[in-house]
Design a protein around this ligand. Sequence first.
Ligand code: SF4
Length: 338
Amino acid sequence: MTKRVYVKDIPIGGGARVTVQSMCNTLTSDYDATIKSIIELANAGCDIVRVSVPDKASVQSLKRIVLESPIPVVADIHYDYKLALDSIDAGVHKLRINPGNLKKDELRMVAMHAKENAVPIRVGVNQGSQSVKLSPKGLALLCYDTQRLMEDAGTDELVLAVKSSNVLDTIEAYRELNKLTDYPLHVGLTEAGTVNMGLTKSNIAIGALLADGIGDTIRVSLTTNPIREVEEGKKILRALGLDREYVEVVACPTCARTCIDVEKYATELENLTKNIKKPLKIAVMGCSVNGIGEAKGADFGVCGGKAQSLIFKDSEIIKSVDNQNVLNELLCLMEEYK
Ligand code: SF4
């Protein structure tokens, strides 16, 4: 098990639930836009949010942001270690530094100041920011070397990351890093891309690592509205059974036997139950030939029929209803479980 690090009141590692992170794409110096984005992300389920701190104006705004943010705030620092020191003084809850663009003595100064102020640091190594392309093992070793440097400077409140935009490199790098360290790992790709491919790449890389038990906090990095990152991160945790407090709608893929509009009912059920935090499984199956057998394990559901459909609960048929009433019946059953 990894060590536990607290980011304000949110634990990372040490058996804590896997948290979901995202990053604002507003100007941090624009307080209003950034705090609005943070609140939207928090409402979407984001646990920890990162903001870029590229200049002094951002540090000034950061002071207000950390006071008003409903979730812990991480300052993302590149090149200028003084901005890291200033962000600590501004009250930020965690730093993210990239050892690829800070000198060793600068990293030491940041580590010492972070330690004095009980601010954890994420050492985020990115393959793209190295002067020469490092192998996955090289990324892991660089991250581990930086871990040692930070420890020597006095801090042991660390979270580590080794990202690439390549799925297989990312998976291998984290597996290598996991052998070297017991600090919690922040898992994700860097420059994953748009929702088109970036989402598939993130699902594979983050999913494979979490399935192996590697990863304590995740970010689905996407070139889109960051709220989507949070939604997709939560879906990964749900798909892996790391978050069970939700209504899972399973549905058959439909075929020539399909008697009801499976896609419409399943989609409507997903939308209508998306805010319910209960471990519940509803099945929407297009026919009764394979329906109940295939939907075993669902709490309740429907198997489509030509004019009437079968409603079942705990694998037992409880009634048949006209097809136009299927959705209403399922929603009535839903009420029993709320
Ligand atoms: S449950 Fe019935 S309709 Fe759905 S895919 Fe299977 S056989 Fe086809």
